[in-house]
Ligand binder design. Structure first.
Ligand SMILES: [Zn+2]
Length: 200
């Protein structure tokens, strides 16, 4: 059964009422990592209000699920469409990863972003599972952190069924399980960085 407009509004309200959802609106832009251009700010506000990301977007989608798109009809669809979201999702993921890494640098640590090959305890060996690489490795005197970024959209059909909070918890667990072996190699800790797309 298709979700009603009130379902969308309820879910948007739930996401936006999270106590951390307004942090980006109240953070003083003292460093360049915290600055937003006018266009970025406009897209973020439109997303928060569940409007189309841009006012001049196409009024339909190539998939069979959304022949009509506008601010009143499935405005979140461009964020969730399995046919068209690929490049945008990759750009969003990479932007968040790079911003997070720059904040880690600002904190005086050295992040390694998307290492092609991870060193092992025995440097003559290669990692047994090169595809299992977290987005960021942070080595410090205190501990090693394996950080992996995920963004979930609460209006995606699969997350509407479960609710965004359980979906985020499940994704965080999946990340911890995925990198558990690797974390053990480095005596490190997996830090899933899971965000709600409506409010991040
Ligand atoms: Zn679509």
């Amino acid at each position: 059964m298709a979700a009603s407009k009130s379902d969308y509004e309820r879910i948007c309200r739930e996401s936006c009422s999270n106590r951390r959802a307004r942090c980006w609106l109240t953070t003083t832009p003292k460093e360049k990592q915290r600055l937003m251009s006018n266009q970025q700010f406009a897209v973020a506000i439109r997303t928060r209000l569940n409007l189309m990301p841009f006012a001049n977007m196409p009024k339909g989608c190539i998939c069979k699920n959304a022949a009509k798109l506008d601010d009143l009809s499935r405005p979140s669809h461009p964020h969730c469409c399995t046919k068209t979201k690929g490049p945008g999702v990759t750009t969003r993921h990479n932007t968040i990863t790079q911003t997070l890494a720059s904040l880690v640098r600002a904190a005086g640590l050295t992040p390694a972003v998307e290492l092609r090959e991870l060193p092992t305890a025995d440097s003559s060996e290669k990692s047994k599972e090169p595809s299992r690489r977290p987005d960021i490795m942070i080595w410090s005197a205190a501990e090693t952190l394996l950080v992996d970024v995920t963004v979930l959209h609460p209006l995606a059909r699969s997350h509407m069924r479960t609710g965004i909070v359980p979906a985020m918890a499940a994704r965080a667990k999946k990340k911890r399980d995925r990198y558990a072996e690797l974390a053990k190699c480095y005596s490190g800790r997996v830090v899933p960085f899971v965000l709600d797309a409506l409010v991040c």
